[in-house]
Each structure stands twice: as C-alpha cells, then as structure tokens.
Design a protein around this ligand. Structure first.
Ligand SMILES: Cc1cc2nc3c(=O)[nH]c(=O)nc-3n(C[C@H](O)[C@H](O)[C@H](O)COP(=O)(O)OP(=O)(O)OC[C@H]3O[C@@H](n4cnc5c(N)ncnc54)[C@H](O)[C@@H]3O)c2cc1C
Ligand code: FES
Length: 219
C-alpha cells in the first residue's frame, strides 16, 4: 500500500457515470475487488473507489456522482492531480470453477478488472434505467435487466457467484446462493483499519470492512 500524487489522464462519460483514468506511477494495481482512497478536491476525507480497470501505466475508476466528493472527482480534468492511496482491503477470491458475476448499478465498478482475471465469464447486471445500463458495455458477456426486473429474477443459482451492488441486492443474492462472494459497502474515513468508521455487523459479527472486506463470503 502506498500513497502517491497522481495525474488525471482523462475523465470519460459512461452513461451517468464518469470513468476517471489516472497515471499509476509506482502504485501496485492490487487484485480485483480491492479499492483505493482517492482525494476528492475540496473535501477533507478521501473517498473509497474500486479499481475498475488497470490499463498499462494507469488505474481507472468508475464513479457515480451522487454527492459532493464523487461529483468533485467526476469533474476532474486531464492534468489535474490528486492523492491516491492503495491498493486496500480484501478482494475477490479467484479460485472459482464456474464464475458468474452479479452486479447492480455502480456495483459493476470492480467487474471489468475481475472479468479479465477470470477469463471473461458471464454476468447478470441490473440497472435502474437504459441510461445507467450504458455501463454494461464495460463488462463482457453481460445480460442486462432494467428495473423493475431484478438480477435475482434471471440469475442461475448453480454457479460460483461474485456480486457487488446495493445491500438489498446482496441480501437477495445470498438468500439464493449462500456461499456467494459479496462486496459490501460502508462509509470509510481512513481505508486501512485505523478509524473504525467502517465497522458493520454481518451475521452477528462486527467487521472493519476496509480490512476484512470489502469482499466477504456469506457462509
Ligand atoms: C470499498 C468501497 C468501494 C467503492 N467503490 C466505488 C466505486 O467504484 N464507484 C463509486 O461511484 N462509488 C464507490 N463507492 C462508494 C463511494 O465511495 C461513495 O459513494 C462516496 O464516498 C460518496 O461520497 P460523496 O461525497 O459523493 O457523497 P456523500 O455526501 O458522502 O454521500 C452521499 C450519500 O451516500 C451515503 N454513502 C456515502 N458513502 C457510502 C458508502 N460507502 N456506502 C453506503 N452509503 C454511502 C451517504 O450516507 C449519503 O447518504 C465505494 C465504497 C466503498 C466502501
Ligand atoms: S475506514 Fe477506517 S477502519 Fe475502516
């Protein structure tokens, strides 16, 4: 894990999302499902972002501009600089035989990098609109459903599921596939175990999601 000031290469629009590409410098790419803390211009605390792609010499993050920090990140321009800390947390286990990705909304962010690592397995992705679903183009072999249809309406249950998305989606996925690998979210201040701001209770146990997660196996 390192902290470096990096330059923005480009910010590309993908539906309502922004794909922020920064130079990698000597930062390690880390594994799929790991995340980085990105300095958000004008905000005191950095924001956690999953690694979406790691093209040569770059790190790329898919950002949903839902609040002040994510909007500031989405508005960065080529040549701007920001502090980047990572890679952090525990990502997805890659020792799976029949992988299936399940993603919801901005939860698809770690799946392009994961897809490369697992030889482009099938994916079921859910979005709230066709505009949001433009991001499905980043994930190979994706079947897309749009609200009110749910990913759990169409996903097969006989595969090794790796899922990332909103909490209700993760709960529904684990009800169908109890041993699924699930990437959870919690607000994070430090990202490396120091502040205890990201503690969540899962199955009666308290976990610092930035250290023990964000990917947890549900059984
Ligand atoms: C490990 C991890 C990886 C993430 N990866 C991505 C990613 O790849 N792309 C992306 O767009 N977002 C990702 N997020 C979520 C992102 O970090 C938050 O949306 C962001 O910090 C919100 O900051 P803000 O200033 O824009 O909005 P804020 O004003 O801070 O928050 C807006 C609203 O979202 C809630 N909120 C903020 N952070 C979280 C959170 N982490 N979980 C649940 N609710 C939250 C707040 O309570 C508030 O209601 C990730 C979060 C984690 C923990
Ligand atoms: S974010 Fe500080 S302990 Fe997890």
């Amino acid at each position: 894990m390192r902290r470096e000031r990096r330059s923005v290469v480009a910010v590309e629009r993908v539906g309502p999302y922004a794909l922020l590409r920064v130079t990698r410098g000597s930062l390690d790419r880390g594994g799929p499902g790991q995340f980085f803390m990105l300095e958000a211009p004008g905000r005191v605390l950095p924001r956690p972002m999953s690694l979406c792609f790691a093209p040569r010499g770059e790190l790329a993050f898919l950002i949903d501009p839902i609040g002040p920090g994510t909007r500031a990140l989405a508005e960065l321009e080529a040549g701007d600089e920001l502090a980047v800390l990572g890679p952090l947390g525990r990502g997805f286990r890659l020792d799976v035989r029949k992988p299936l990705f399940v993603g919801g909304g901005i939860g698809i962010a770690p799946l392009p990098y994961l897809s490369e690592a697992l030889d482009r397995p099938p994916a079921v992705l859910g979005f709230r609109s066709m505009h949001h679903a433009e991001a499905a183009a980043l994930v190979p072999h994706a079947e897309v459903v749009i609200d009110p249809m749910l990913v759990t309406d169409v996903m097969p249950t006989d595969r090794d599921v790796l899922a990332c998305g909103p909490e209700p989606m993760l709960e529904a996925v684990r009800a169908l596939v109890p041993d699924a690998q699930l990437a959870w979210e919690a607000p994070m201040a430090c990202g490396y175990g120091a502040c205890y701001g990201c503690v969540v209770e899962i199955d009666g146990e308290l976990k610092r999601l930035c250290v023990e997660g964000p990917v947890l196996c549900s059984s």
